[in-house]
Ligand binder design. Structure first.
Ligand code: ZN
Length: 220
Protein backbone atom coordinates (compact mmCIF):
# COMPACT_ATOMS: atom_id res chain seq x y z
CA UNK A 1 0.00 0.00 0.00
CA UNK A 2 2.84 2.39 0.71
CA UNK A 3 3.56 2.66 -2.98
CA UNK A 4 0.10 4.02 -3.57
CA UNK A 5 0.79 7.10 -1.55
CA UNK A 6 2.97 8.60 -4.18
CA UNK A 7 1.35 7.13 -7.19
CA UNK A 8 0.52 9.73 -9.79
CA UNK A 9 -1.17 7.23 -12.04
CA UNK A 10 -4.82 7.59 -11.23
CA UNK A 11 -6.24 10.56 -12.97
CA UNK A 12 -9.94 10.01 -12.94
CA UNK A 13 -10.75 9.57 -9.31
CA UNK A 14 -10.31 11.90 -6.46
CA UNK A 15 -7.40 10.94 -4.30
CA UNK A 16 -6.49 13.89 -2.19
CA UNK A 17 -7.18 14.15 1.48
CA UNK A 18 -9.84 16.80 1.28
CA UNK A 19 -11.79 14.73 -1.16
CA UNK A 20 -12.08 11.83 1.19
CA UNK A 21 -14.40 14.10 3.10
CA UNK A 22 -15.79 15.94 0.13
CA UNK A 23 -16.05 13.02 -2.21
CA UNK A 24 -19.16 13.88 -4.15
CA UNK A 25 -20.63 10.43 -3.77
CA UNK A 26 -20.69 10.83 -0.02
CA UNK A 27 -22.85 13.89 0.27
CA UNK A 28 -26.24 12.32 -0.15
CA UNK A 29 -28.24 12.59 3.01
CA UNK A 30 -29.54 9.06 2.74
CA UNK A 31 -26.06 7.68 2.51
CA UNK A 32 -25.30 6.18 5.83
CA UNK A 33 -21.71 5.06 5.97
CA UNK A 34 -22.48 2.10 8.15
CA UNK A 35 -25.55 0.85 6.39
CA UNK A 36 -25.80 -1.78 3.80
CA UNK A 37 -27.73 -1.31 0.62
CA UNK A 38 -31.44 -0.93 0.84
CA UNK A 39 -32.72 -2.36 -2.40
CA UNK A 40 -36.24 -1.05 -1.84
CA UNK A 41 -34.92 2.44 -1.44
CA UNK A 42 -32.58 2.17 -4.40
CA UNK A 43 -35.30 0.82 -6.59
CA UNK A 44 -37.16 4.10 -6.49
CA UNK A 45 -34.28 5.83 -8.17
CA UNK A 46 -33.75 3.37 -10.97
CA UNK A 47 -34.88 4.13 -14.49
CA UNK A 48 -38.03 2.29 -15.64
CA UNK A 49 -35.97 0.77 -18.41
CA UNK A 50 -33.73 -0.84 -15.80
CA UNK A 51 -36.65 -1.96 -13.66
CA UNK A 52 -38.04 -3.92 -16.60
CA UNK A 53 -35.33 -6.48 -16.12
CA UNK A 54 -33.77 -5.58 -12.81
CA UNK A 55 -32.57 -9.06 -11.90
CA UNK A 56 -30.56 -9.41 -15.06
CA UNK A 57 -28.98 -5.99 -14.66
CA UNK A 58 -28.18 -6.68 -11.03
CA UNK A 59 -26.61 -10.01 -11.90
CA UNK A 60 -24.23 -8.40 -14.38
CA UNK A 61 -23.50 -5.46 -12.11
CA UNK A 62 -22.76 -7.91 -9.33
CA UNK A 63 -20.02 -9.34 -11.49
CA UNK A 64 -18.57 -5.86 -12.00
CA UNK A 65 -18.71 -5.26 -8.24
CA UNK A 66 -16.88 -8.53 -7.68
CA UNK A 67 -14.12 -7.45 -10.03
CA UNK A 68 -13.93 -4.13 -8.18
CA UNK A 69 -13.49 -6.08 -4.94
CA UNK A 70 -10.50 -7.76 -6.55
CA UNK A 71 -9.13 -4.37 -7.50
CA UNK A 72 -9.49 -3.17 -3.93
CA UNK A 73 -7.73 -6.24 -2.62
CA UNK A 74 -4.88 -5.51 -5.03
CA UNK A 75 -4.54 -1.88 -3.96
CA UNK A 76 -6.24 -0.41 -7.01
CA UNK A 77 -9.01 2.15 -7.05
CA UNK A 78 -12.02 -0.17 -6.91
CA UNK A 79 -13.73 0.63 -10.17
CA UNK A 80 -14.49 -2.24 -12.51
CA UNK A 81 -16.69 -3.30 -15.36
CA UNK A 82 -17.88 -6.16 -17.50
CA UNK A 83 -18.94 -6.23 -21.13
CA UNK A 84 -21.97 -8.33 -21.92
CA UNK A 85 -22.51 -9.76 -25.35
CA UNK A 86 -25.20 -12.27 -26.17
CA UNK A 87 -26.25 -12.38 -22.50
CA UNK A 88 -22.79 -13.40 -21.39
CA UNK A 89 -19.89 -11.60 -19.77
CA UNK A 90 -17.22 -11.66 -22.45
CA UNK A 91 -14.71 -9.15 -21.07
CA UNK A 92 -13.77 -7.63 -17.74
CA UNK A 93 -11.75 -4.67 -16.66
CA UNK A 94 -10.59 -3.08 -13.46
CA UNK A 95 -8.86 0.17 -12.87
CA UNK A 96 -5.14 -0.30 -13.40
CA UNK A 97 -3.81 3.22 -13.14
CA UNK A 98 -2.07 2.91 -9.79
CA UNK A 99 -0.14 -0.22 -10.66
CA UNK A 100 0.77 0.85 -14.19
CA UNK A 101 1.19 4.57 -13.43
CA UNK A 102 -0.71 5.03 -16.67
CA UNK A 103 -3.70 7.31 -16.35
CA UNK A 104 -5.42 5.86 -19.40
CA UNK A 105 -5.73 2.37 -17.95
CA UNK A 106 -9.27 2.72 -16.79
CA UNK A 107 -11.47 -0.33 -16.34
CA UNK A 108 -13.39 0.37 -19.52
CA UNK A 109 -10.26 0.53 -21.65
CA UNK A 110 -9.04 -2.80 -20.35
CA UNK A 111 -12.41 -4.40 -21.00
CA UNK A 112 -12.62 -2.95 -24.50
CA UNK A 113 -9.16 -4.26 -25.20
CA UNK A 114 -10.12 -7.77 -24.08
CA UNK A 115 -13.33 -7.58 -26.09
CA UNK A 116 -11.49 -6.59 -29.25
CA UNK A 117 -9.11 -9.51 -28.82
CA UNK A 118 -12.14 -11.81 -29.20
CA UNK A 119 -14.65 -9.99 -31.38
CA UNK A 120 -14.68 -7.61 -34.30
CA UNK A 121 -15.44 -4.04 -33.32
CA UNK A 122 -18.79 -4.27 -35.12
CA UNK A 123 -20.07 -6.54 -32.32
CA UNK A 124 -19.80 -3.65 -29.89
CA UNK A 125 -23.15 -2.50 -31.23
CA UNK A 126 -24.68 -5.57 -29.61
CA UNK A 127 -22.74 -5.21 -26.38
CA UNK A 128 -23.61 -3.57 -23.07
CA UNK A 129 -21.27 -2.26 -20.42
CA UNK A 130 -21.84 -2.63 -16.68
CA UNK A 131 -19.46 -0.43 -14.72
CA UNK A 132 -19.45 0.33 -11.02
CA UNK A 133 -18.86 4.07 -11.49
CA UNK A 134 -20.14 6.35 -14.22
CA UNK A 135 -17.60 6.38 -17.07
CA UNK A 136 -15.32 9.39 -17.06
CA UNK A 137 -15.31 11.78 -19.99
CA UNK A 138 -12.44 9.95 -21.66
CA UNK A 139 -14.09 6.54 -21.38
CA UNK A 140 -17.52 7.85 -22.27
CA UNK A 141 -16.07 9.16 -25.50
CA UNK A 142 -14.22 5.93 -26.27
CA UNK A 143 -17.38 3.92 -25.64
CA UNK A 144 -19.27 6.12 -28.04
CA UNK A 145 -16.63 5.84 -30.72
CA UNK A 146 -16.60 2.07 -30.36
CA UNK A 147 -20.38 2.03 -30.64
CA UNK A 148 -21.37 0.50 -27.31
CA UNK A 149 -25.07 -0.36 -27.23
CA UNK A 150 -25.87 0.65 -23.68
CA UNK A 151 -24.12 1.57 -20.43
CA UNK A 152 -25.30 0.69 -16.94
CA UNK A 153 -23.42 2.14 -14.01
CA UNK A 154 -23.50 2.05 -10.23
CA UNK A 155 -22.74 5.47 -8.78
CA UNK A 156 -22.27 8.78 -10.52
CA UNK A 157 -18.96 10.57 -10.84
CA UNK A 158 -19.54 14.22 -10.08
CA UNK A 159 -16.01 15.26 -10.90
CA UNK A 160 -15.28 13.47 -14.13
CA UNK A 161 -18.46 11.76 -15.24
CA UNK A 162 -19.04 11.70 -18.97
CA UNK A 163 -22.51 10.19 -18.89
CA UNK A 164 -24.35 13.20 -17.57
CA UNK A 165 -22.64 14.26 -14.34
CA UNK A 166 -20.14 16.67 -15.89
CA UNK A 167 -20.70 16.23 -19.60
CA UNK A 168 -23.21 14.14 -21.48
CA UNK A 169 -20.72 12.62 -23.88
CA UNK A 170 -23.00 9.63 -24.39
CA UNK A 171 -25.87 11.68 -25.78
CA UNK A 172 -24.53 14.98 -27.05
CA UNK A 173 -24.96 15.52 -30.73
CA UNK A 174 -21.93 14.22 -32.50
CA UNK A 175 -20.70 12.27 -35.43
CA UNK A 176 -21.21 8.86 -33.95
CA UNK A 177 -24.49 7.64 -32.63
CA UNK A 178 -24.88 8.12 -28.90
CA UNK A 179 -25.85 5.44 -26.40
CA UNK A 180 -28.35 5.23 -23.55
CA UNK A 181 -26.93 5.19 -20.05
CA UNK A 182 -28.61 4.24 -16.79
CA UNK A 183 -27.16 4.72 -13.32
CA UNK A 184 -27.94 3.55 -9.82
CA UNK A 185 -27.58 -0.22 -10.03
CA UNK A 186 -25.83 -1.24 -6.78
CA UNK A 187 -24.94 2.38 -6.34
CA UNK A 188 -24.27 2.12 -2.62
CA UNK A 189 -22.04 -0.91 -3.02
CA UNK A 190 -20.01 1.01 -5.59
CA UNK A 191 -19.67 3.98 -3.24
CA UNK A 192 -18.73 1.80 -0.30
CA UNK A 193 -15.94 0.20 -2.29
CA UNK A 194 -14.48 3.63 -3.04
CA UNK A 195 -14.81 4.70 0.56
CA UNK A 196 -13.07 1.61 1.78
CA UNK A 197 -10.25 2.38 -0.63
CA UNK A 198 -9.84 5.96 0.52
CA UNK A 199 -10.09 5.08 4.17
CA UNK A 200 -7.52 2.32 3.70
CA UNK A 201 -5.24 4.78 1.93
CA UNK A 202 -5.61 7.33 4.68
CA UNK A 203 -4.91 4.83 7.38
CA UNK A 204 -1.76 3.72 5.62
CA UNK A 205 -0.49 7.19 4.93
CA UNK A 206 2.44 8.19 7.16
CA UNK A 207 1.19 11.75 6.96
CA UNK A 208 -2.35 11.88 5.67
CA UNK A 209 -2.17 15.64 5.19
CA UNK A 210 0.75 15.49 2.82
CA UNK A 211 -1.23 14.50 -0.20
CA UNK A 212 -1.38 17.77 -2.04
CA UNK A 213 0.71 16.30 -4.81
CA UNK A 214 -2.08 13.90 -5.52
CA UNK A 215 -4.60 16.48 -6.54
CA UNK A 216 -5.46 15.33 -9.99
CA UNK A 217 -6.83 16.91 -13.04
CA UNK A 218 -9.74 15.57 -15.00
CA UNK A 219 -9.04 13.66 -18.14
CA UNK A 220 -10.60 15.21 -21.18
ZN1 ZN B 1 -12.48 6.44 -17.52
Amino acid sequence: MASLQDSPGDSSFVLNDKDVKDFPFSLDSDDDMGSTSDPANDKDKLHPEVLKDLETHQAFMRQAINVAEEALAGGETPVACVLVYSKEVVARGMNDTNRSLNGTRHAEFLAISEFLSKFPVSKMKETDLYVTVEPCIMCASALRQYGIRCVYFGCGNDRFGGNGSVLAVHSDKGLEEGYPSYGGIFRKEAIMLLRRFYIQENENAPNPRAKGNRELKPVV
